[in-house]
Design a protein around this ligand. Structure first.
Ligand SMILES: N[C@@H](CCC(=O)N[C@@H](CS)C(=O)NCC(=O)O)C(=O)O
Length: 213
């Protein structure tokens, strides 16, 4: 059985929604950030980066949310959460999922925690945060243009792991001056995703009560 190591609405959310969508058996294991449990020796043995999430599947333990998402999609092909390997659609799917995790997610980390880069330099912190927010909006522009042309989902008419991933990231971006919800095609995708029972079950299980994205 799978165990997903999580903290509410952290980077575990995309794998968690996918586990619900797949309908497979899994259990949740809380890594309590309030007590810095992600930096405990026990959790560092699971993810040496001290970051959430991680997934265990029998003897296999993996970290990185996108890697977990890809693993789950491949292990459960009947759920159709990724196009078949070796196809042009799969290439396009890789493009979007890697863009989400490598560009948008990383930029969101900088935007949320600029002080991790700037220390006590509050002027630098403000500069970094503003520059980061501009870059996030540039990435959202790219996603919006794609979804407007070829949506409503990343892969057209069929939901995929990339849509769960974007839903997770858009929640984090809600406090932005120009948030994801102000983009019509992203908002349409979020409306579709937040209506899914799997998405609602995952966030409810994590104790999220202030809306999903
Ligand atoms: N690239 C990693 C990022 C994971 C990550 O940064 N997780 C955050 C929560 S969303 C975390 O564990 N933060 C705690 C910390 O940095 O100490 C992934 O996608 O799994």
């Amino acid at each position: 059985m799978y165990t997903l190591y999580y903290y509410p609405a952290n980077a575990n959310a995309a794998p968690h929604m996918m586990l619900e969508e797949i309908g497979t058996a899994f259990e949740l294991s809380l890594v309590d950030r309030k007590t810095e449990a992600q930096k405990s020796a026990a959790f560092l043995a699971i993810n040496p980066n001290g970051r959430i999430p991680a997934l265990s599947d029998g003897g296999l333990v993996i970290f990185e949310a996108a890697a977990i998402a890809l693993y789950l999609a491949d292990k459960h092909p009947g759920a159709h959460l990724a196009p078949a390997p070796g196809t042009p659609e799969r290439a396009r799917f890789y493009q979007w999922l890697i863009f989400l995790t490598n560009s948008l997610q990383e930029e969101l980390m900088i935007w949320q925690y600029p002080e991790r880069l700037t220390g006590s330099d509050t002027h630098a912190e403000a500069v970094i945060k503003a520059g980061s927010e501009t870059r996030i909006n540039t990435y959202l522009d790219v996603i919006e243009a794609h979804l407007a042309k070829d949506g409503p989902y990343f892969m057209g008419d069929r939901v995929s792991a990339a849509d769960f991933y974007l839903t997770m990231l858009c929640r984090w971006a809600r406090p932005m001056a120009t948030p994801p919800r102000s983009y019509p095609s992203i908002s349409r995708l979020l409306d579709l995703m937040t209506k899914r029972p799997s998405v609602q079950r995952a966030y409810a299980a994590e104790g999220i009560e202030d809306g999903i994205a």
